[in-house]
Write a protein of this length. Structure first.
Length: 284
C-alpha cells in the first residue's frame, strides 16, 4: 500500500478528443469519494486547455452516488476559449449515466488590484500535531474489513487535525474545524497537479463540520450524508507538497442539509483558495 500515489489517480487515459477515463479508489466510504471525481474532472478539463491557462474556479453538482469499484469516464465540452478565459463543462459518467457535472473556468494569469480580508487562525504548527489516526495502521484494528483494506488509499495525503474529535463519541462542538494537510508526493511546482490535488483534498472532513454542534457521529448508521454541490476558487499559486491549513466552518444546517465554507492558507498566512459545499444530512 505504501506505493499508492495520488498523481496516478489524477493521471487520466485519453479515449478520444474530449473523452478521458480515470481509475477509482475505494476509500471505504459508502460511495465513491467525491474528492476523487472533482480532482479527476478538473484534471480532464486541464488536458483540453490552451497553454498557460490555469483554473480560477469550478462549480460542481453530484447527481448520483458513484461506484468505487468501477472507473469513471469524463466527457469534456469546450464552451469557450476567449482572449483571457476558457470555460469547460465536464460530465462524469458511470454505467452510461451522468453521476456528476462541473463547470470550470480558467484564466491566463495577469496582475490586478489585490487585497486579502481573511486572517489565518493562530494554531499549532503541523509538526507538533499527530497524523490523523484514521489514516494510521494502528487504527485499523477497530475498523471494518472494507475500511482496513482501503486504509492505504488515504495515505497519499498527510492530514493533521488541530481539534481531535473521536468519530465514535464526538460530543458537541462549534461548527469549525482546522486541518493541516499536504500531499506526500513531490509536485515540482506543477500548477495543474497542485490544483487537482487540492480539489481532491477539499472534500475531506468538510461536510462533517456541520454535524459537530449536534453530537452526531459520522459513523451513525441512521445518518445519511452526501455532497449535493461543491465549489472551489483558486486565488494564488501554491505548493501542495508543503503544508496548507484548511479552515472549515458551517454557518447553517436545516432542512436535512448542511452548508460549509472553507479557506486554504499557506504557512505564510496567504489565502490561496476558498471552497463552499452544501450536502445532505438526513437522520432516518
Amino acid at each position: 500500500m505504501t506505493d499508492i500515489k495520488l498523481v496516478d489517480l489524477l493521471t487520466l487515459e485519453k479515449i478520444e478528443d474530449g473523452l478521458f477515463r480515470g481509475q477509482s479508489w475505494d476509500l471505504g466510504f459508502r460511495a465513491l469519494f467525491g474528492g476523487q471525481v472533482m480532482g479527476q474532472a478538473i484534471a480532464a478539463a486541464q488536458l483540453t486547455l490552451p497553454e498557460g491557462r490555469v483554473a480560477h474556479s469550478f462549480h460542481a453538482y453530484f447527481l448520483l452516488p458513484g461506484d468505487a469499484k468501477k472507473p469513471v469516464v469524463f466527457d469534456v465540452q469546450t464552451v469557450r476559449d476567449g482572449r483571457s478565459f476558457s470555460t469547460r463543462r465536464v460530465k462524469a459518467i458511470q454505467n452510461g449515466r451522468s453521476i456528476f457535472y462541473m463547470t470550470a473556468s480558467f484564466q491566463q494569469p495577469e496582475p490586478g488590484l489585490e487585497h486579502q480580508f481573511a486572517v489565518m487562525p493562530d494554531v499549532p504548527a503541523p509538526e507538533s500535531l499527530p497524523r490523523d489516526t484514521m489514516f494510521d495502521d494502528v487504527a485499523s484494528e477497530n475498523m471494518s474489513t472494507r475500511m482496513r483494506e482501503a486504509i492505504g488509499y488515504h495515505k497519499p495525503l498527510d492530514m493533521r487535525s488541530v481539534q481531535q474529535i473521536d468519530p465514535a463519541n464526538p460530543g458537541r462542538h462549534e461548527p469549525k474545524r482546522y486541518i493541516w494537510m499536504k500531499a506526500e508526493e513531490t509536485l515540482h511546482g506543477n500548477v495543474h497537479l497542485n490544483q487537482a490535488m487540492l480539489s481532491y483534498a477539499s472534500d475531506y472532513h468538510f461536510l462533517s463540520t456541520a454535524t459537530q454542534p449536534h453530537g452526531v457521529s459520522v459513523r451513525d448508521k441512521n445518518l445519511i450524508m452526501a455532497t449535493i454541490d461543491h465549489a472551489v476558487w483558486f486565488h494564488h499559486p501554491f505548493d501542495f507538497d508543503d503544508w496548507l491549513l484548511y479552515c472549515a466552518e458551517s454557518p447553517f444546517s436545516g432542512g436535512a442539509r448542511g452548508l460549509v465554507r472553507g479557506q486554504f492558507f499557506n504557512r505564510q498566512g496567504k489565502l490561496v483558495a476558498s471552497s463552499m459545499q452544501e450536502g445532505l444530512m438526513r437522520k432516518i
